[in-house]
Design a protein around this ligand. Structure first.
Ligand SMILES: NC(=O)c1ccc[n+]([C@@H]2O[C@H](COP(=O)([O-])OP(=O)(O)OC[C@H]3O[C@@H](n4cnc5c(N)ncnc54)[C@H](O)[C@@H]3O)[C@@H](O)[C@H]2O)c1
Length: 254
């Protein structure tokens, strides 16, 4: 199968590594032309290199999703290059467990920065991206939530949790508002995934704890989340909107 996104142009934020890079490679393999956005320009370029080496098409666009002017430019550059936009995958996000903790311990500046990237970044992407999806006659928006928006943890990361929780509400609001335009919006809630985002915190002890606490007995590979994003981005999910897909190895089922 290599046609699931044929003819589509997909903008993926945070495409320089982790789940975003995996999604860029997968989307391109399924026929999409990919706009790979990242604050780390070299990482975005490397994603493009990997996509092109596999015979796909991609464009690197560099910028901070927290800044409206950057997002506006990334969208415009992508549309200029590929002529349209059909898929918005708001994947960029940060997890700073050392600075984003319980509300009792988190400085206001770090709270604001996490919110600016994980929540306001999605505002800018949808604000500037949706008009292009409307012009294209429809499209798919995929947001990245987290199981931390669904359950409390004693090891708190409250800004991250609140930003991800707010995205659930935004998913439903966008789904209802833009259904008339043929635009779907859904959210994925990953459990723990083995990516550079988690790498600084994944001690052997924590890995053991996760293996014991996750019914499937392991943490996820980035591809296992990117596969779900691919499904939601594609027309295979044509009757899905406003939905939450939990991809956590059974963690929240317990
Ligand atoms: N890894 C996990 O365990 C996990 C679990 C639940 C949800 N998620 C979510 O999945 C998404 C991707 O996570 P990941 O683990 O692949 O992360 P990652 O850190 O491995 O990759 C994230 C990418 O986003 C980019 N980025 C960071 N800040 C940015 C900004 N301000 N503007 C533009 N790009 C920026 C980084 O440079 C990086 O390339 C995030 O939204 C994250 O919250 C991850």
């Amino acid at each position: 199968m290599a046609d699931r996104l044929r003819g589509k142009v997909a903008l993926i934020t945070g495409a320089g590594m982790g789940i975003g890079r995996e999604a860029a490679v997968l989307f391109a393999r399924e026929g999409a032309r990919v706009i790979a956005g990242d604050i780390n320009g070299a990482a975005a370029q490397e994603t493009v290199r990997v996509v092109e080496a596999a015979g796909g098409q991609a464009l690197a666009v560099t910028g901070d999703v927290a800044l409206e002017a950057d997002v506006e430019r990334m969208v415009a550059d992508g549309v200029r290059r590929f002529g349209a936009l059909h898929v918005l995958y708001a994947n960029a996000g940060v997890l700073w467990k050392d600075r984003d903790r319980s509300v009792l311990e988190t400085d206001a500046d770090w709270w604001d920065r996490v919110m600016a990237i994980n929540l306001k970044g999605v505002f800018w992407l949808t604000k500037h991206g949706i008009p292009h999806l409307q012009r294209a006659g429809g499209g798919s928006i995929v947001l990245m939530g987290s199981v931390s928006a669904l359950v409390g943890f004693t090891r708190a990361q409250d800004a991250y949790t609140c930003a991800k929780g707010a995205l659930i509400s935004l998913t439903r609001s966008l789904a209802i508002q833009f259904a008339k335009d043929g635009i779907r919006c859904n959210i994925i809630h990953p459990g723990i995934v083995d990516t550079p985002l988690q790498a600084p915190y994944l001690t052997e002890e924590l890995r053991r704890e996760f293996r014991a606490g996750i019914p499937l007995g392991r943490i996820a590979e980035p591809r296992e989340i990117a596969n779900v994003a691919l499904f939601l981005a594609s027309d295979e999910a044509s009757f899905m909107t406003g939905a939450e897909l939990v991809v956590d190895g059974g963690f929240t089922a317990g």
